[in-house]
Design a protein around this ligand. Structure first.
Ligand SMILES: *Cc1c(COP(=O)(O)O)cnc(C)c1O
Ligand code: SF4
Length: 423
């Protein structure tokens, strides 16, 4: 697989006809934020004649507005003055640290304890589901410019959360029989060779781990490298792994990240989807709603309709988290509601299984249902789909209407109703 990042990324963009002022932006922004594009994305997904507005180009390539103006200026000045690598790296790290790489307080609050010690790389926030971040899966086949996980990729050690081997995971699961779902995430767990992945999944298939009913794999490989399921040397072995888990009585779910309908149009992805389905695994799809990439209702209705036709189940439309380049990628809640409603309006119920807009915030997964009037005031109607406190799940509550709100932290209590939370 050919990979383009740093100077190779700049050369690729130059080869495909991008102008000099863009190449400068690319160099400045990619000195701070990680970018990586592989040959499949460059050759099969991006429509270069439409760049820079092509949605997959926007998804994977730098844009100057991804950095706050002062950070852009600082880095541009350094590069123009021919600063040495050490100086550039030091400035990049300072800017990275200022960009809120771990939103939702995930690092501090959800790391479980085994033998009294924090196990970085496990996350247990909602009773029934544990997230696992294997250290061998902390990269992706290409990077999304909006990714809130970029701290995992840039190599600042205290920002990394990953776990080396399955022992602590097994131990924690033995102590927590309420966990039915284990969700492997990353980076992208499908970056791991099947043989490595098996070290993580085999322990879940034993009689002792019968409490675990579902294996989920959060991945963007279907859009960035469908060959993972078709022609990679260990693709067949991966399908065997799915079949073995299903034969052991588990539900296997590929939680596929698709950002745009253009990711669904290649022969390779069609083949990959049908091969995964032939194992009995199901594919559920999710993506954040992102300005410049998929903020038109038609993007979502076409995407969900195609996914249903291909045998996948639309699952979540997320709000973008408050991190990194949110000022460039963020979409206000009011606009997100309009996009969601307009997108499902033209679909049958099979496409309406996607819940949205949803934000994964510190207290839980918040579903924004719509706008209504309460006590004479315009209000957002919300509920928790998941909450640290299960008692809160499914009870509607309100937040004051705010045209510019983009995130949970922007919500204010409704005057006269008081606290923000289910009553
Ligand atoms: C979204 C999420 C899950 C899974 O939630 P489901 O609604 O079961 O898909 C689990 N843990 C965390 C931390 C999450 O954000
Ligand atoms: S594939 Fe997922 S983890 Fe990787 S860059 Fe994209 S959003 Fe981030």
């Amino acid at each position: 697989m050919k990979i383009y990042s740093s100077e190779r990324l700049a050369r690729l963009a130059a080869d495909r006809g991008m102008p000099d002022d863009y190449l400068r932006d690319l160099r400045v922004v990619s000195s701070v934020l990680p970018f990586k594009v592989n040959e499949y994305v460059a050759d099969e997904l991006i429509d270069w004649s439409a760049a820079p507005d092509d949605p997959i180009f926007r998804l994977t390539f730098p844009h100057r507005d991804m950095l706050p103006p002062h950070a852009y200026q600082r880095m541009a000045t350094l590069l123009d003055s021919g600063a040495d690598r050490k100086e550039i790296k030091a400035a990049a790290q300072e800017i990275q640290t200022s960009l809120n790489p771990h939103p939702g307080d995930q690092l501090a609050s959800n790391v479980p304890l085994v033998d009294g010690r924090r196990v970085e790389g496990l996350q247990h926030k909602y009773a029934e589901t544990m997230l696992v971040f294997p250290s061998q899966g902390q990269t992706c086949h290409s990077y999304c410019g909006y990714c809130f996980r970029w701290a995992q990729f840039v190599g600042i050690s205290e920002l990394r959360q990953a776990i080396r081997g399955p022992e602590a995971m097994e131990k924690y699961l033995a102590e927590h029989p309420e966990i039915t779902d284990v969700l492997f995430t990353g980076g992208d767990p499908m970056i791991m060779k099947t043989e490595v992945l098996r070290r993580w999944t085999d322990p879940l298939l034993t009689r002792e781990r019968d409490t675990v009913r579902t294996l989920r794999f959060g991945t963007k490989a279907l859009s960035y490298w469908p060959q993972r399921f078709t022609s990679d040397p260990d693709a067949d072995d991966l399908l065997r792994l799915f079949e073995e888990a299903i034969a052991a009585g588990k539900h296997v779910a590929v939680m596929a990240h698709f950002s745009h309908p253009n990711e669904l149009e290649t022969d390779e992805v069609r083949k990959a989807v049908s091969r995964i389905r032939s194992t009995g695994a199901v594919i559920r799809t999710q993506a954040p709603l992102i300005a410049h990439i998929n903020d038109a209702p038609g993007d979502w209705s076409r995407m969900w309709q195609r996914q249903v036709e291909m045998g996948m189940s639309p699952y979540y439309m997320f709000m973008e988290r408050d991190t990194g380049a949110q000022s460039y990628f963020g979409v206000p809640v009011v606009r997100a509601l309009e996009i969601y409603r307009a997108a499902v309006r033209g679909l049958s119920g099979l496409g309406r299984t996607a819940r949205g807009p949803v934000m994964s915030a510190a207290p839980g997964k918040v579903h924004v249902h719509g706008i209504a009037e309460a006590g004479g005031e315009k209000a957002f109607v919300l509920s928790f789909l998941q909450a640290r406190d299960p008692e809160l799940v499914g009870r509607p509550f309100f937040a004051a209407y705010d045209e510019s709100a983009e995130w949970w932290d922007d919500f204010k209590p409704l005057p006269g109703v008081g606290t923000l939370g289910p009553q």
